[in-house]
Design a protein around this ligand. Structure first.
Ligand SMILES: Nc1ncnc2c1ncn2[C@@H]1O[C@H](COP(=O)(O)OP(=O)(O)O)[C@@H](O)[C@H]1O
Ligand SMILES: [Mg+2]
Length: 199
């Protein structure tokens, strides 16, 4: 499928998704979308440029119960925030989460997602291991982007369970500057609360 058809298809997915019930915030996200804003799709999400260096990811194919949507989206939001705190250069920050339709606004990573080598992926995994979050990230194809300067960023969901049931991470957090550690624990607390709601 060429990029224009893919964009139309993704836009259609998002509009269908919002056909059922949409909050005002969700409406604001959707109404501004055009096919030109289309960035890419994965198995679960269709991603569009949101302007000002950010993207909006719509969870078009995540088959989830409507009642679980809000806690699930909050969990994804806080897990991205914690991932970003622990690895600011490599994990984009999250700025907004909406439940109807399920969508999150992230910092946009500019670069190439194709042709990441085994060596690059391996070196990136080692960096994630150094902050004890490697198990929380799915380094599959399409989830890494190589920026023009050669550095990699991880662009899929950071697994909340691996951030709150991970003694190794707790130990690592203790080594951080007091303020960063405090913020990390606060985000872990939010994650614990919201993930229990849909576990
Ligand atoms: N923050 C981002 N910046 C730039 N592109 C992104 C970003 N997040 C996702 N993408 C693009 O959208 C694609 C699908 O996003 P992803 O979060 O991996 O969804 P899925 O869960 O469907 O795999 C990615 O392969 C990537 O090309
Ligand atoms: Mg992906």
């Amino acid at each position: 499928m060429d990029k224009t058809r893919q964009a139309e298809w993704a836009l259609d997915n998002v509009r269908k998704l919002s056909g059922q019930s949409t909050s005002r915030a969700g409406r604001l996200l959707i109404d501004r979308l055009t096919a030109e804003d289309y960035v890419a799709s994965g198995v679960e999400k269709d991603v569009f440029d949101y302007g000002d260096g950010s993207v909006v990811s719509f969870f078009t194919h995540a088959n989830l119960e409507p009642a679980m949507m809000a806690p699930m989206l909050k969990t994804f939001y806080y897990s991205a925030k914690l991932g970003h705190l622990l690895m600011p250069d490599s994990i984009p920050d999250a700025h907004l989460a909406v439940a109807r339709p399920p969508a999150i606004v992230f910092d946009k990573v500019e670069g190439e997602r194709d042709g990441i080598t085994y060596e690059e992926r391996h070196a990136f995994r080692r960096r994630l291991e150094s902050v004890s979050i490697a198990h929380a990230c799915d380094l599959a194809d399409g989830n890494l982007i190589r920026r023009p300067d050669g550095s990699l960023a991880y662009v899929d969901i950071v697994n909340a369970h691996m951030l709150i049931r991970n003694p190794e991470l707790d130990t690592y957090i203790q080594t951080l500057p007091a303020e960063t550690a405090r913020e990390a624990r606060r985000l872990q607390g939010r994650l614990l609360k919201h993930s229990q709601d849909w576990d």
